[in-house]
Design a protein around this ligand. Structure first.
Ligand code: NAG
Ligand code: NAG
Length: 508
C-alpha cells in the first residue's frame, strides 16, 4: 500500500519530460561548473536540455544540446585588469561589473546560433537564466512564452533582491563589493547607504537603459522590458546561511549553496602526494579568473619564504614553471580543488575567497586564509572571519610577515578548525540535498506553469516601499496643522488687539 502510494506520488510529482533552455553567459570557469552540474542533472532526469554557454561541456548525453558562445572567452581574455579592482573604490567596482555585464549580454545575443534559435519555431517549457548583469536575456522567457527561473552564482545580492521583491535595507544588507558582513557599525552603514544608492541609480539610469536597447535590438518579438525584468517565477541562489548569513528571503528565493560539492576520487599522483603529507598539506589557489603567475616578483618571493618555513606540503595553482621554488611546494596549472579539499591531510586553504571556494572549504571543514581581490570575495571572507573560520590578508598588505602570521594562526590555533567543523556539520545537515532541492523547485515551476505569488513589494515604487511618500505626507500634514495653529493664533491675537483698540476708543 505504502509502496504504491510512494510510486504514484513520485509519478505525479515528477514533471513530464520538459524542454528546458538554460542561458549561462558568464565566462568564469566556476560559473560554468555550477551551470553544468544543474543542467546535467536535469538531463539525467529525462528533460530535453539546450544550454547557451561560453564553455563546451564534455561527455554530454544526447538530450543535452549546447550553443557554445566561445567568442566570449576569447574576447574577455586580458581585457579586464582584474587585479587593479582590489584597490579601487566601491563605486568603480560597481561600475566595472555593469560594464562587464553589458559586454557579455550583447556578445551572447550577437552569436549566430543564438540568433538562429530566436528565429526558429522552437518551443520551450522553461527558461533558466543565470542572473549576472544580463537582464535583457530574460527576454528569452518572454519570447518563448515560458516561465523564467533565475539562478545566481553569488547568493542574495542587491540586484537579485530587487528583481524578486526582497527588501534591500542599507542598514542590514551589505553591498556586495564591501568588506562588511550584514552587522555594520555606524560609519559602515553610512558608506553602505552610499553604495546602495549608487548601485541603484547606476543600475536604473545607466545599465537598464542599455539592456532595454539590447532587448529591442536582438529579439524578434517585441516585449515590455519593465515587465519582463520582474517576471521570474523562482530564483535559485548558490548560497547558504553558513557562507552568506541569514538573508531574510521570500519564499521563491531558494538557497541551494553547496550543491556542487561532490568529490570524486583523486588522480593517483595527487593521492600519493597527499597520503604522504604526514605533517599535513596546504592548498593555495587564487581561483580561475586570476593567475598567480601575474603576482609581482616581490610578492611571489615573500610567499615562497613563508612556505619554506612550513613543515606542511603546499599545493599551489600556478600557471607557469617555477624553477627556484622551495622543496615542499608543488605547482600545477590545475588542481582538482574540490577533491583535494576533501582529503583528510589538508589542513589549510589559502584562497581568493570566491563563493564556491568558500563553500568547498566549509563543506570539507578546512580553515582558510583569505586574500580577497574583487567582486564578492571581500565580503565572503569578512563573513568567514566573523564565523571564526578564516584569517584575512589584503593583497596590498601581503608580505612575508602578514602572510606568515595568518597562516600560523589558522594552522596552530585550534579554534579555526573547531569552528569550521561545526559549520561543516551545519551545511551538510539539511532536509533535502541541495541539488535535489534545486530539481524539486525547477520541476515545481514547470508543473505549475510558472505560477507564483509575487510579493506585494513588486507592485510598489521604491519611495512607496520605503515609506518616503508616507513620511512626506505626514510631514505635510504636520506642516498644515502647524500653519493652521499659527494662523489661528495670529487671528485670535489680531481679534484681541482690535477688541482692545475699540475698547480704548470707546473709553475715550
Ligand atoms: C510572466 O510570467 C508568466 C508566468 O510564466 C507568464 O504567463 C507571463 O506571460 C509573463 N509575462 C511577461 C510580460 O513576460
Ligand atoms: C603561531 O601560532 C600559535 C598559536 O596561535 C602561537 O602560540 C605562536 O606564538 C605563533 N608562532 C609565531 C612564530 O608567530
Amino acid at each position: 500500500m505504502n509502496v504504491v502510494f510512494l510510486i504514484t506520488s513520485f509519478l505525479v510529482l515528477r514533471a513530464e519530460c520538459a524542454k528546458i533552455l538554460g542561458i549561462f553567459p558568464a565566462p568564469g570557469h566556476s560559473q560554468f561548473v555550477l551551470s553544468d552540474i544543474l543542467m546535467t542533472e536535469l538531463a539525467k532526469r529525462g528533460h530535453q536540455v539546450t544550454v547557451i554557454c561560453p564553455h563546451e561541456p564534455k561527455n554530454q548525453p544526447p538530450n543535452y544540446k549546447t550553443i557554445v558562445t566561445k567568442e566570449l572567452i576569447r574576447d574577455t581574455a586580458g581585457d579586464f585588469s582584474l587585479w587593479n579592482l582590489e584597490s579601487q573604490s566601491l563605486f568603480k567596482n560597481i561600475k566595472a561589473t555593469y560594464v562587464f555585464g553589458n559586454f557579455i549580454t550583447e556578445k551572447t545575443l550577437q552569436n549566430k546560433e543564438v540568433q538562429e534559435l530566436l528565429q526558429s519555431n522552437e518551443h520551450f517549457d522553461l527558461v533558466i537564466v543565470e542572473h549576472f548583469f544580463n537582464d535583457a536575456l530574460k527576454g528569452f522567457a518572454a519570447h518563448f512564452k515560458a516561465p523564467l527561473v533565475l539562478f545566481s552564482s553569488m547568493g542574495s545580492t542587491e540586484w537579485n533582491r530587487e528583481c524578486m521583491g526582497a527588501p534591500m535595507l542599507p542598514t542590514i544588507n551589505a553591498v556586495t563589493y564591501t568588506q562588511y558582513t550584514n552587522k555594520m557599525r555606524f560609519f559602515q552603514r553610512i558608506r553602505n547607504l552610499y553604495g546602495t544608492l549608487f548601485d541603484y541609480l547606476y543600475r536604473h539610469y545607466v545599465f537598464y537603459p542599455e539592456q532595454r536597447n539590447y532587448m529591442a535590438k536582438y529579439f524578434p518579438s517585441s516585449m515590455d522590458f519593465d515587465k519582463v525584468l520582474y517576471n521570474a517565477s523562482l530564483m535559485l541562489l548558490n548560497s547558504h546561511v553558513t557562507t552568506s548569513e541569514n538573508a531574510l528571503l521570500p519564499y521563491n528565493m531558494v538557497e541551494i549553496g553547496g550543491f556542487h560539492v561532490v568529490s570524486k576520487p583523486l588522480d593517483k599522483e595527487v593521492q600519493t602526494l597527499l597520503d604522504g603529507a604526514t605533517d599535513g598539506a596546504i592548498l593555495f589557489s587564487l581561483g580561475s579568473f586570476l593567475h598567480s603567475s601575474d603576482l609581482s616578483e616581490d610578492t611571489r618571493d615573500a610567499i615562497f619564504r613563508v612556505f619554506a618555513k612550513l613543515k606542511q606540503k603546499v599545493l599551489w595553482k600556478f600557471e607557469t614553471d617555477l624553477p627556484d621554488k622551495p622543496e615542499n611546494v608543488f605547482i600545477s596549472k590545475w588542481w582538482k580543488q574540490r577533491d583535494i579539499l576533501a582529503h583528510r591531510n589538508i589542513k589549510l586553504f589559502i584562497t581568493h575567497g570566491g563563493l564556491l571556494s568558500t563553500e568547498e572549504a566549509i563543506v570539507n571543514g578546512v580553515p582558510m586564509v583569505g586574500v580577497p581581490i574583487l567582486a564578492d570575495q571581500k565580503m565572503n571572507m569578512a563573513r568567514a572571519k566573523s564565523n571564526g573560520v578564516a584569517c584575512v590578508v589584503s593583497l596590498s598588505k601581503l608580505s612575508e610577515e602578514t602572510l606568515f602570521e595568518a597562516v600560523n594562526e589558522t594552522l596552530n590555533n585550534p579554534s579555526y578548525r573547531n569552528n569550521v567543523k561545526r559549520l561543516s556539520s551545519l551545511i551538510k545537515d539539511r532536509p533535502m540535498q541541495p541539488l535535489d532541492l534545486a530539481m524539486y523547485w525547477i520541476e515545481y515551476t514547470i508543473r505549475h506553469s510558472g505560477m507564483t505569488f509575487k510579493p506585494s513589494s513588486l507592485y510598489l515604487h521604491w519611495f512607496e516601499m520605503y515609506m518616503v511618500d508616507i513620511v512626506f505626507f505626514a510631514l505635510f500634514n504636520c506642516l498644515v496643522v502647524v500653519l493652521f495653529v499659527i494662523s489661528g493664533f495670529k487671528f485670535v491675537k489680531g481679534c484681541i488687539s482690535t477688541c482692545r483698540k475699540s475698547d480704548k476708543k470707546k473709553k475715550q
